[in-house]
Design a protein around this ligand. Structure first.
Ligand SMILES: Nc1nc2c(ncn2[C@@H]2O[C@H](COP(=O)(O)OP(=O)(O)O)[C@@H](O)[C@H]2O)c(=O)[nH]1
Ligand SMILES: [Mg+2]
Length: 204
């Protein structure tokens, strides 16, 4: 397995050291079906070099993993992606990207433990691949926002149509993003934090 960012252990790099002003650390999970951009988002937004357990896909996955629509994808996240971002001088988010394929879902319980919230990434060409994760979050009571990742030939559904298709309540934020861009991914996380805040302080 290729732990790309931890090949040599030489002590902490300066970017890895937490700012002394940090007072709160929050765990956030990035979820969604296979190939929706989870690894990309953790990578674009993380201040530390993200740890990713990406493996080259092999024949063994043929017929097991559903990669319809993302046939050009040659690697896949086996266990998880891990990154970190400071949203302010005080607030640090630890990001955990979950594996996309159903055969790795046994890892999910641990990944959700202690998570304050989640980002559900969507590819509008393949909405159905993210249905299941939404159900799982609802079952576990983990609050989430939905981020529609912009792929070039993806249909552009109005937000209300998406809300209906996903059967989401009015208050759940649905926003567009480009997971490859740091600013866009950061906006998604800010939206999640504002949403979590609104749930904690309903009448503020
Ligand atoms: N056009 C476009 N491609 C993206 C975007 N996000 C991810 N990709 C590509 O989509 C593929 C799947 O992304 P990846 O992050 O591995 O998906 P994961 O399975 O959810 O971790 C990769 O080839 C990415 O380069 C995006 O916002 N726009
Ligand atoms: Mg991945």
């Amino acid at each position: 397995m290729d732990f790309r960012s931890s090949d040599t252990i030489t002590g902490p790099r300066s970017e890895d050291v937490l700012p002394t002003t940090a007072t709160a650390a929050v765990k956030v999970v990035i979820v969604g079906g296979f190939g929706v951009g989870k690894t990309t988002m953790v990578g674009s937004v993380s201040e530390i070099r993200p740890l990713t357990t990406e493996e080259t896909m092999t024949q063994a996955g043929v017929g097991v993993d559903d990669n319809a629509g993302v046939e050009s994808k040659t690697s896949t996240t086996v266990a998880m992606d891990f990154g970190r971002i400071s949203l302010s001088e005080e607030l640090i988010l630890y990001l955990f990207g979950t594996p996309g394929q159903e055969r790795f879902w046994f890892l999910w319980n641990g990944l959700f433990e202690g998570a304050l919230g989640a980002v559900v990434l969507l590819d509008t060409r393949r909405l159905q691949v993210s249905f299941d994760v939404i159900g799982r979050l609802e079952e576990r009571g983990v609050p989430f926002v939905v981020a529609v990742n912009t792929f070039p030939d993806a249909p552009n559904h109005p937000v209300e149509a998406l809300r209906n298709a996903l059967d989401l309540p009015e208050e759940v934020p649905i926003i567009d993003c480009d997971a490859r861009l740091r600013t866009s991914s950061r906006d998604v996380l800010m939206t999640l934090m504002r949403y979590l805040h609104s749930l904690a302080v309903p009448f503020a």
